[in-house]
Design a protein around this ligand. Structure first.
Ligand code: 5GP
Length: 208
């Protein structure tokens, strides 16, 4: 039987290069499933419903909350974002390692519900580089860039609640490092599971 997949959360400042990192990870390795979130934000140019996000109206989003169809959700700079439950659960059951690319409040909620979740925080090498990337992306207005930089300051306060900090300087190296971290967690969980089973068996035998 295939071993159950693990859950990994990747967070990071807006503009840290998480999107590129996720794309590179999916292209390079085939054991990952990237969860697609629902959001009430409008699609950016080039974004497709069902690929980057499920773009929904507030009313539909609130219905999903009411029906408990989200593992977690949060508000981020004026919009709702949330993780649909069914996809995550079925992919993990099928043995895939599921990645959630979500912000910090959601990450902490997931960790609370599933304590074995691996939390990874991605950051550019410096704050200056972060601003440069946000401006160069050219998809946000100056007001939104400012709001996102402000949000980055708040998020920096909580960075130490993550299991690992990953500096995204060179994308190839960063992708490999992310893969290594997730696979190490796999081995840890698997060893842990086997050890517990063996110990239970031995204890039973001894006490008989
Ligand atoms: P963006 O609008 O740039 O695509 O995403 C804004 C922020 O929302 C990013 O930090 C992203 O990681 C986060 N995000 C995307 N999907 C989810 C989700 O399902 N739940 C939570 N909590 N955050 C999300």
């Amino acid at each position: 039987m295939k071993e159950r997949g693990i859950l990994a959360v990747v967070s990071g400042f807006s503009g840290a290069g998480k999107g590129t990192l996720m794309k590179a990870l999916m292209e390079r390795y085939d054991n990952y499933a990237l969860s697609i979130s629902a959001t009430t934000r409008k699609p950016r140019e080039g974004e497709v419903h069902g690929r980057e996000y499920f773009f929904v109206e507030e009313e539909e989003f609130e219905k999903m909350i009411g029906e408990d169809r989200l593992i977690e959700y949060a508000r981020y700079v004026d919009h709702y974002y949330g993780t649909p439950r069914d996809y995550v659960m079925s992919q993990m059951e099928a043995g895939k390692d599921v990645i959630l690319e979500i912000e910090i409040q959601g990450a902490l909620k997931v960790k609370e519900k599933f304590p074995e979740t691996l939390l990874i925080f991605v950051t550019p090498p410096s704050a200056e580089e972060l601003k440069r990337r946000l401006v160069n992306r050219g998809t946000e207005t100056p007001e939104v860039i400012d709001a996102r930089m402000k949000r980055a300051c708040e998020e920096a306060e909580q960075m130490d609640r993550y299991d690992y900090l990953l500096v995204n300087d060179e994308i190839g190296q960063c992708t490999q490092e992310l893969h290594r971290l997730i696979q190490a967690q796999h081995r840890r969980m698997s060893l842990h599971g086997k050890f517990v089973a063996q110990m239970k068996e031995e204890l039973k035998n001894i006490s008989e």
